[in-house]
Design a protein around this ligand. Structure first.
Ligand SMILES: [Fe+2]
Length: 379
């Protein structure tokens, strides 16, 4: 995997000019959120450059970008003849820019690459990712999510990883408590899932461990009584969690979350955290018959002992309780019925639409009825 140019710290956004000059860029394609661009302070920063560089801005897409919106961005990018691409926003903004950049560089119909009919063969233009939330860690991953006909697809390729990353915590200072909570709990779930993923490595665990410690120590404060110090910690944590899942990908809680988001409108962070505590308990109780990690039952048990230590808990039941407390402390819901998921029919729909690829990264395999009972537990 290629190495990214990383600029971190308060005011690190100032490095953008140097990146543009280094790339000999005159015309920049800028992908942003509709509101977050102004609120984060990024817009003011880009205004300073408006005489020196030409910007073509694209922000005409929804929070969980649909294929049609992506296609529009691809056409605009191709017609614009920009030299480089920059994304400033949350996870879906960065994901959209990744897809626009990479799919614009391919010869066939973009949809074919998303469905896996065609394989990516060309790299897009130089791409800089600037997160304005502390959550998704999309700036650190080589995959991107898009919804086609309500179905979630994740496109993965080395070329998708941004070339440069700017983690400027100041851009997150104005994040609302709600947005801080939702993005922060996503980072937390990603770090925890990465830790127990069947693809974990020493490097991914180091990233995940640091992220978990920073989030348990700072998320509540960042939501309820933020100061620059905890914002800086959360920005660092989100990027570390992104680096961790870039190696391992996510597991069961993410796998089960996607239809909650696309069909019931549950925000991503809320959706992934609903089942995280129950999967901590479920995965810990792995046995020889349902082990899904080639490294064996004792390896997985040891992993969970380490994870509990990182969480500061003596048992998985205490761990599940701690996760619940973390969620309620930042005003997230802990029952599915709060988002209208209340009937047996609803949870059957969610269980039937679980993402099998992400489920394959879970250390303990899972039957449909086991998944149903986890969902029932959270009604
Ligand atoms: Fe996520």
């Amino acid at each position: 995997m290629k190495v990214q140019d990383e600029y971190t710290g308060v005011h690190s956004i100032e490095n953008l000019r140097e990146i543009f000059l280094k790339q000999n860029a005159a015309k920049v394609f800028l992908v942003t959120g509709r509101k977050s661009f102004g609120l984060s302070g990024a817009e003011n920063f880009f205004k300073k450059f408006s005489e020196e560089f030409e910007f073509i801005q694209y922000n005409d897409f929804s929070e969980n970008p649909k294929y049609e919106e992506l296609e529009k961005g691809i056409n605009l990018f191709r017609d614009s003849d920009c030299d480089i691409i920059v994304a400033a926003g949350g996870g879906s903004v960065i994901d959209t820019a990744k897809l626009i950049n990479t799919l614009s560089a391919q010869e066939k119909d973009p949809a074919k690459y998303i469905t896996g009919e065609e394989v990516i063969s060309n790299k897009g233009k130089h791409f800089t990712a600037i997160p304005t939330t502390s959550g998704a860690g999309s700036e650190a991953t080589h995959f991107a999510v898009v919804y086609m006909d309500m179905e979630k697809f994740s496109l993965a390729h080395e070329f998708i990883l941004p070339d440069a990353v700017i983690i400027d915590p100041e851009l997150t200072y104005s994040l609302s408590p709600r947005h801080t909570a939702l993005s922060g709990i996503d980072a937390f779930s990603q770090a925890v899932e990465s830790y127990w993923s069947v693809n974990s490595t020493d490097a991914s665990r180091t990233f995940a461990e640091e992220a978990i410690k920073l989030i348990t120590g700072n998320l509540n404060k960042a939501v309820n009584n933020p100061d620059p110090e905890c914002r800086i910690s959360m920005s660092t944590a989100a990027n570390l969690a992104g680096k961790a899942i870039n190696i391992t990908k996510t597991t069961a809680p993410h796998a089960v979350s996607y239809s909650m988001t696309s069909h019931y409108g549950v925000p991503h962070g809320q959706a992934v955290s609903y089942t995280l505590g129950d999967f901590l308990v479920y995965n810990y109780n792995v046995n020889e018959d349902d082990i899904n990690d080639k490294r064996g039952v004792s390896f997985v048990k040891k992993t969970f002992e380490e994870l509990l230590k990182i969480l500061g808990c003596k048992s998985v039941y205490e761990g599940r309780e701690k996760i619940k407390q973390l969620m309620t402390g930042i005003n997230l819901k802990t029952n599915l019925k709060d988002y209208g998921i209340s009937s047996e029919e609803d949870i059957r729909f969610i269980a039937d639409n679980v993402n099998t690829e992400r489920l394959g990264n879970n250390p303990r395999s899972l039957t449909n009825s086991e998944l149903l009972s986890i969902l029932r537990n959270n009604l």
